[in-house]
Write a protein that binds this ligand. Sequence first.
Ligand code: FAD
Length: 395
Amino acid sequence: MDFRDSPAEAAFRAEARAFLEAHAPRDYAHAYGQNVDEDALVRNQRAWQRTLHEHGWAALTWPKEYGGRGVGPIEQIIWNGELARAGLGESIFVVGIGMAGPTIIAHGSEPQRAHLEPMLRGDEVWCQLFSEPGAGSDLASVGCRAVRDGGDWVVTGQKTWCSGGHYADWGILLTRSDPSVPKHEGITFFLLDMTSPGIEVRPLRQMTGGEHFNEVFLNEVRIPDANRVGPAGGGWSVCKTTLMHERMAIGGIELFGFRWDDFLGHAKANAERIDDVLRDDIGKLYTWVKTLELLNARMITKLGRGEMPAAEASVMKLAMARIVTEGGEAGLRLLGDAAMSKDGPWQDIFLMAPSFHIAGGTDEIQKNQAAERVLGLPREAETDRRVPYDQIPKG
Ligand SMILES: Cc1cc2nc3c(=O)[nH]c(=O)nc-3n(C[C@H](O)[C@H](O)[C@H](O)COP(=O)(O)OP(=O)(O)OC[C@H]3O[C@@H](n4cnc5c(N)ncnc54)[C@H](O)[C@@H]3O)c2cc1C
């Protein structure tokens, strides 16, 4: 495994770092945490996205013909690392640029590709309307019903956990268009204008006090057939493209503001509170941070050799969730009584950490991936795979 950048990688890293040092906004607003001023968040991140676009950093892996930089996953990983280092790793454009855009490039029609430029410029915020109360880890169980009516589809159902749905302009939507066939075969994928009549977005309050995600109710929402991506009933393979890109996008996000160097500074400033137990826990935390760095290096090495990483992204996601959880706890313990106050970066990290074990695939699902693809254990049984959707018992 190569622990250091190749000359080309080092040059790219230096270019990225120089750009960020020259242009990074001083007052970057984050979507997570407490006391989020959402108007400022959207305004501020739209402006940063425009700057990225003007300088050719808006979408690294998109082909040049669609306004991207046309580089590979190694550069994307390096760029994600540099963004996180600068405290800019989290973006409200992650669904648009990281998931919807690549899906439209791969499966969309020419008119649908008109969305790509506004995504890059920061003019369109996108959200993901996949999860439902009865479909999360088993996403192919979506039940939100789409019925063809002339040139439109009429969609009725409930989505949940929709991050940023309350300020999104557009959404990518998974629906059940044919319940009479097995679950993977009756799904249709749409682009949804979030201003369409019949959409009700209800924010869900988190324990941080913030309202980062939403339940979304669709009540006979009309979607033009022109907004269908891929064939009717062929939405699952479109969705797999989105999920593949989501893994890449999530793998690169910053750890809700947790950075080892900040933590170390915090620990040194509060050294009098470090007893033997906390010293031991900080040692374990450091081991996880180093493990993540090594997994990252392994992924880059594999990609550099033209090999596809197997379950590295899953193991990295597990490590990231653990670092945020243990880092947030240790950060609070270093604060002593002051941890009882609600405000502060360590409180934010602590309160957001549990969601990291769920979002983008739960810990158990990541472990399943590692079990099957690293350890070679048998695939999980799927007893309902060939059963028509409307004959599967619903909980
Ligand atoms: C912060 C955050 C943001 C999110 N944003 C979005 C968004 O913008 N759009 C969107 O569509 N979704 C979003 N999600 C939803 C997320 O993708 C789902 O929560 C996730 O896929 C898990 O689904 P679920 O919540 O339905 O849990 P379930 O799938 O019901 O799982 C419940 C429990 O059962 C376990 N489990 C389930 N299946 C298995 C299995 N096969 N083997 C072992 N254990 C299993 C799980 O690990 C979990 O512990 C977000 C979630 C979070 C936390």
